[in-house]
Design a protein around this ligand. Structure first.
Ligand code: NAP
Length: 263
């Protein structure tokens, strides 16, 4: 495992790679979304996570355009809200227009529509990918059974499942089930779903000369999980990017056992 967090990627089953570290943009609105994304791109993030439901695609796209970073260098994800089931391709066109891009790197079903896997929605995703409007397609907040249902109905497996994840939510069986299907595990809310005041994080932070947040984020990278921390504050956007250290396998194993001890 390289120390260089920014060189770490996961291969996507349909081709290409997803950077393991990305910038989350949920709850960044208006100017904050623009400034946050500009800061992230300046600091060096090359992976941005947005969604139709975040109502900030235009600001994220504006920051991308103004950043001077080439479009080809940035991995852009957006998501289709469950209530837009039946209007998937129209929703995608609106996302592309708001973002000001010709394609997105990854398009996700944000939540199972009405709590169902809904193969009809997945078929629309497949057609968008085949039309070249998205490079890869995936899901978010899907169970393994729902992923199986999509595969049984269409023969096509999502490339990614974006789910809440942290050392405090770690479930080796879920990680293994996704890995067996070659589905990349993309974790969300890594910090919100962690108890950053937990004594083990404090101990490791002191031992490595890092912050508890950095320990949590590096734990994802050691496992090969994608992680997309969000912050509205430049200094934290920077902090969350500075992951150029390695946790020992023993310390990763200790963090794996935190489940249930979160807030
Ligand atoms: N697919 C889904 O259903 C779904 C659901 C939720 C999230 N997501 C995605 O995942 C991304 C990340 O999840 P999230 O935004 O829920 O939570 P998060 O990234 O785990 O945590 C964000 C919170 O932590 C604070 N924070 C950020 N960096 C920090 C640091 N270094 N030290 C201490 N506090 C810090 C932020 O406050 P400040 O902003 O004040 O710094 C904010 O309150 C989202 O932005 C979104 O892109 C997806």
């Amino acid at each position: 495992m390289t120390k260089d967090a920014h060189a770490l990627t996961a291969p996507l089953p349909g081709g290409g790679h997803i950077p393991l570290l990305g910038f989350g943009t949920w709850q960044l609105e208006g100017t904050e979304a623009y400034e946050g994304t500009r800061a992230a791109l300046e600091i060096g993030y090359r992976h941005i996570d947005t969604a139709t439901g975040y109502s900030n695609e235009d600001r994220v796209g504006g920051a991308l355009a103004d950043s001077g970073v080439e479009r080809s260098q940035v991995f852009v994800t957006t998501k289709c809200p469950p209530e837009r089931a039946g209007y998937e391709l129209k929703t995608l066109e609106e996302s592309l227009a708001a973002l000001g891009v010709d394609f997105v790197d990854l398009w996700l079903v944000h939540w199972p529509p009405n709590g169902q896997a809904r193969p009809a929605t997945w078929r629309q995703f497949i057609s968008a990918r085949d039309a070249g409007k998205v490079r890869s397609i995936g899901v978010s907040n899907y169970s393994i059974a729902q992923i199986n249902e999509l595969v049984e109905a269409t023969g096509q497996c999502p490339s990614v499942n974006q789910i809440p994840w942290s050392p405090f939510l770690y479930d080796a069986a879920i990680a293994a089930a996704l890995s067996e299907r070659s589905v990349v595990l993309e974790g969300y809310s890594p910090l919100r779903r962690s108890n950053l005041g937990h004594p083990l994080l404090g101990e490791l932070a002191r031992a490595y000369g890092k912050t508890p947040s950095q320990i949590v984020l590096r734990w994802h990278l050691e496992h090969g999980f994608v992680v997309i921390p969000k912050s509205s504050r430049r200094e934290r956007i920077q902090e969350n990017f500075e992951l150029g250290f390695e946790l020992t396998p023993e310390d990763v194993a200790r963090l794996d056992k935190l489940k249930g001890g979160g807030r």
